[in-house]
Write a protein that binds this ligand. Structure first.
Ligand SMILES: Cc1cc2nc3c(=O)[nH]c(=O)nc-3n(C[C@H](O)[C@H](O)[C@H](O)COP(=O)(O)OP(=O)(O)OC[C@H]3O[C@@H](n4cnc5c(N)ncnc54)[C@H](O)[C@@H]3O)c2cc1C
Length: 389
């Protein structure tokens, strides 16, 4: 990257011209191509097929993947910048982007074999196909060690049986990274991650969830009955699957933290603009100190969240330990998103409660950031564990 240093919000983050170009491209895309129709896609729970295709074309689906495999070769800071911009407008599209970038592409590039990268990563990074990350099950959420899906060793292949729940991109993906138990006696050390293609016999995409928020993203359960997966589709050594899942989720949390930051920032901007237009008692509501205080507090907490998100991204880029920083960023940014979007609805009064003004959608979208890729309670466990490491 060029060494030019630019500023963001008055503070020198050592952002490069490339970072700023990513921000401008993501902002233009969000305003021109995501904003139109975002309300309808949400209310009809309509998957943003065309918008995802464009994200692929613009390089947003494999941002950190090496150009050798069709990616953008960018750093994590670029990725969080793009995630924030896209999430300001459409958190459904940004979760599709986040899963493909952080959980699927990153995991494959980091731990996959050369053949797996050639077969799968190249198509995923360009957005020719999208991927899904399948860890959660009906009885395995926060306690992800409790896998009931099995991958039985049959010599040259595994037989995969079980059900996965809550899988983002579950219906639209073509490539699935599926965690499954091979050796129950070894507990989490007996879990493997298998690459599964959608057209495999015995693989059924189950019902699409009717959700509170991020409604345009598709969340499905998946059923596997004697699905034959060749051994060469296992990622890493035998028993590496749980470590694979935890490593990818550590990085994934930075993406979700950036998503939360974007949702908060988008709601704040709408509330600030509205407060300068709407009048009550003969003056703009911004001139009521109670409203100013809300906006001042929103701006402060959003800035604090941004610092945590950038810190986690920067640590990852510098190959330093980012586990605690990522958990802190997600914990804090998701709380800020939930709180700031609720305040944005409040500032809009009755208009905030209807779809046309966007902030009610943002409030619904914000909630999931406290739940997926580790609930807020789990983030606190991660942070606490790191305190005494
Ligand atoms: C829209 C959506 C998309 C998702 N996408 C994916 C995906 O793509 N891939 C995937 O694998 N999963 C996905 N998930 C699943 C998500 O990661 C889980 O829902 C989440 O990890 C929580 O698991 P759970 O729902 O089983 O809740 P539980 O684990 O049952 O938790 C219930 C409550 O108990 C709390 N709790 C549990 N254990 C502890 C503890 N030890 N200490 C304190 N509190 C605790 C939790 O914080 C929570 O408040 C998605 C979920 C949703 C809703």
């Amino acid at each position: 990257m060029a060494s030019t240093t630019l500023e963001l919000n008055g503070l020198n983050f050592n952002l490069t011209e490339e970072h700023m170009a990513v921000r401008d491209a993501a902002r233009d895309f969000a305003q021109n191509e995501l904003l139109p129709g975002v309300i309808e896609r949400d209310s009809q729970a309509k998957f943003p097929t065309e918008q995802v295709r464009r994200m692929g074309e613009l390089g947003f689906l494999g941002m950190m993947v090496s150009p050798d495999y069709g990616g953008g070769g960018m750093d994590t800071v670029s990725y969080v910048i793009a995630m924030e911009e896209i999430s300001r407008v459409d958190a459904s599209s940004s979760v599709i982007m986040s899963v493909n970038n952080s959980l699927v592409c990153w995991g494959l590039e980091m731990f996959g074999t050369e053949a797996q990268k050639q077969n799968y990563l190249t198509r995923l990074a360009t957005g020719e196909v999208i991927g899904a990350f399948c860890l959660s099950e009906p009885e395995a959420g926060s306690d992800a060690t409790s896998q009931h899906t099995t991958a039985t060793d049959q010599g040259d292949h595994y037989l995969l049986n079980g059900t996965k729940n809550w899988i983002t991109n579950g219906g639209s993906a073509a490539v699935y990274l599926v965690m499954a138990q091979t050796d129950a006696e070894k507990r989490h050390r007996g879990i493997n991650c298998l690459i599964v293609e959608k057209d495999q016999p015995g693989f059924v995409v189950g019902k699409k969830e009717d959700k509170l928020g991020i409604r345009a993203s598709d969340t499905h359960s998946l059923m596997f009955t004697d699905v034959k997966v060749p051994k060469e589709n296992r990622i890493g050594d035998d028993g590496f699957g749980f470590k694979f899942a935890m490593s990818t989720l550590n990085g994934g949390r930075i993406g979700i933290a950036a998503q939360a930051l974007g949702i908060a920032a988008g709601a704040y901007e709408l509330a600030l603009a509205y407060a300068q237009e709407r009048k009550s008692f003969g003056k703009k509501i911004f001139e009521h100190q109670a409203i100013q205080f809300k906006l001042a507090e929103m701006a402060t907490k959003i800035e604090a969240a941004r610092l945590l998100v950038y810190k986690a991204a920067r640590l990852k880029d510098e190959h330093k330990d980012y586990v605690q920083a990522a958990a802190m960023a997600k914990l804090f940014a998701s709380d800020v998103a939930m709180w700031a979007t609720t305040e944005a609805v409040q500032i809009h009064g009755g208009y905030g409660y209807v779809k046309e003004f966007h902030v009610e959608r943002m409030m619904r979208d914000a909630k999931i950031t406290q739940i997926y890729e580790g609930t807020s309670e789990i983030q606190k466990l991660v942070i606490a564990r790191e305190l005494v490491k």
